[in-house]
Design a protein around this ligand. Structure first.
Ligand SMILES: Nc1ncnc2c1ncn2[C@@H]1O[C@H](COP(=O)(O)OP(=O)(O)OP(=O)(O)O)[C@@H](O)[C@H]1O
Length: 248
């Protein structure tokens, strides 16, 4: 679904991401881990389109998207969440998810409104599907609370529900467990597994090792910008190069 081919990013003399290649399959959870400064955030930005690579290519379903801005990638189904949540603070949780549905087409809201009436989803259908997504992330009880009133952990779960409303084929999660309590973390793990089981390719960068070991099918390990290991959580955990990178 997603192919990263020799992705490289230099900042002056520093190579933050150095010829990194891996595939993200259609169904499943792939995690990128690595010590501080390993290049995870930079790699994530190259994939999402927030920053151009110095070299290399990003392919979505076999089509190169390397030079497309992030909005165009989102229109093609490559959708990211942010570590600093970007919700509509004055809208309710449910309204935030409903907005996500209106952004699902490549042209966004205007194009959606210009489509013939029979092609539009009825408001009622949008409402039902938005409620189902709130249920998926465990936020049904606070559907009518304004986003600004929610604790940080719930805002992050809400952001995932909204991202799902845009119908992603690849969901990029930027440290989804950061700031979540144990219960929210568990909810997140279940949610991510279900999203992947539904056929969405999930790629996440994450510091929380327990979460990665629990939910990832495949783990890519970076150190000083290079990919030093890739494999199942178990294989990666026992890999001497990975142990050395984390201890070092
Ligand atoms: N805009 C930038 N300009 C210059 N150097 C940068 C820039 N962004 C990142 N770097 C450097 O690139 C390297 C990789 O940083 P990056 O943030 O991608 O790593 P990371 O693995 O996400 O780290 P952390 O886990 O601490 O967030 C670091 O040495 C960092 O200082």
């Amino acid at each position: 679904m997603l192919e990263v081919r020799g992705a490289t990013r230099r900042f002056g003399g520093l190579t933050a991401v150095d010829s990194v290649s891996f595939d993200v399959p259609e169904r499943g959870v792939t995690a990128v881990i690595g010590p501080n400064g390993a290049g995870k955030t930079t790699l994530f930005n190259l994939i999402a389109g927030s920053m151009p690579p110095s070299e290399g290519a990003i392919l979505l379903s076999g089509n190169e998207v390397t030079t497309l801005p992030s909005e165009a990638r989102a229109g093609l189904g490559l959708v990211r969440t942010f570590q600093l949540v970007k919700l509509f603070q004055e809208l309710t949780a449910l309204e935030n998810v409903k907005v996500g549905f209106h952004l699902r087409t490549r042209g966004g809201l205007i194009a959606a409104l210009l489509r013939p009436r029979w092609q539009r989803q009825s408001e009622r259908e949008v409402e039902e599907r938005a409620k189902a997504l709130l249920e998926l992330v465990g936020l049904s009880a606070i559907a009518d609370s304004s986003a600004s009133a929610l604790p940080y952990g719930q805002q992050r779960l809400l952001e995932i529900a909204r991202a799902m409303a845009s119908g992603p084929r690849v969901l990029l999660l930027d440290e989804p467990a950061a700031g979540l309590n144990a219960e929210e973390s568990e909810r997140l793990a279940r949610t991510v597994r279900r999203i992947a089981a539904d056929g969405v390719a999930v790629l996440l960068i994450e510091h929380d090792m327990k979460l990665v070991m629990d939910i990832a099918d495949e783990v890519v390990v970076l150190d000083y910008g290079r990919k030093i290991a890739q494999g199942t959580p178990d294989a990666v955990r026992r890999d001497p190069a990975v142990i050395a990178a984390y201890l070092g």
